[in-house]
Every structure is written in C-alpha cells, then in structure tokens.
Design a protein around this ligand. Structure first.
Ligand SMILES: [Zn+2]
Length: 154
C-alpha cells in the first residue's frame, strides 16, 4: 500500500488503542499491520514492474509528502499520547524503507528484480494483489482512515 495509508492506519490503530494498551504492544502491532495491509489488494502493477518502478519517480515524493503532512497534523493537534500515535504511523510505513535498495538498483541499471534476501522476498510475495485498479481501494482506505483518525484526535 501507499506510504500515506500505512501512516494513517498505524496512527489510527494507536489513537484507538492508546487508552487500553501499553505502548510496547501498540508499536510492534503497528509495525506488523504493515504486512496485513500489503496482503490486501492495493495499488501497483505486478505485470509491469518497470512501469511501476518508473512511476515511483513522481509518485513516491507525492506520497511521502502527504504522509508527512498527516504526521505533522498529528504533531500540531497534539492529542493525548501523540508521540505514540506518530511513532505508530511511522512504524507502520517503515518496512517499505527496505525496498529503497531495489529502487536505487532500478534507477542505476534498469534491473527490476526483487532483492534476494528473505525479507524482500517475503515482502514481495505477500503483495499478490498489486493491481493498477487498487488505487480505488487505496483511495477509499485513505478517506475512511483519515476521517476516523481526524474525528478521534481533533
Ligand atoms: Zn510494503
């Protein structure tokens, strides 16, 4: 899923559970939620990895900017336990940082292959449902998670 949806989902999970769960449960669960989200159908293009990686050139800065605006919004609103909510948003998005090496390799040599390490392979294999039409699922997910998060923290 896009980084913004990982951030809104991790932050929403923390905002909902922070009054009943300790931070040391919330943060690892937020991290693991990344893989649950990635295993749902979402935006991507498995059949044309070159196109998908090429598109990241403009899509990634846009996605990262919106994700940072969401985190900045939480910081500005400062709901109770906001550091845990921000940390959960960041942790839920963080596993995708591992894919940066693949992107750098693609930019350098056009190589679209998945990195050989077990984490990259696992991360790739759970994303069976990456399709261009997944952008609609991402859109609905974003509107729902962001509006519920907004209601809780504002
Ligand atoms: Zn991922």
């Amino acid at each position: 899923m896009i980084a913004t949806n990982h951030v809104t989902t991790g932050a929403l999970f923390a905002a909902v559970t922070v009054s009943v769960l300790p931070w040391w449960v919330i943060l690892p669960v937020a991290f693991l939620l990344h893989f649950v989200l990635d295993s749902l159908p979402h935006y991507g293009d498995l059949k044309h990895p070159d196109k998908a990686l090429h598109r990241l050139r403009w899509f990634l800065p846009l996605d990262a900017t919106i994700a940072l605006i969401v985190l900045a919004g939480i910081f500005i609103l400062r709901p109770d336990s906001w550091p845990i909510i921000v940390a959960a948003g960041v942790l839920c998005a963080s596993p995708d940082l591992w894919s940066v090496t693949r992107y750098i390799r693609f930019v350098g040599s056009g190589d679209t292959s998945i990195s050989k390490d077990w984490f990259s392979q696992f991360h790739h294999n759970i994303q069976w449902g990456e399709r261009p039409w997944g952008i609609w699922i991402e859109g609905v997910w974003l509107v729902v998670t962001l509006s519920v998060l907004w209601q809780i923290i504002s």
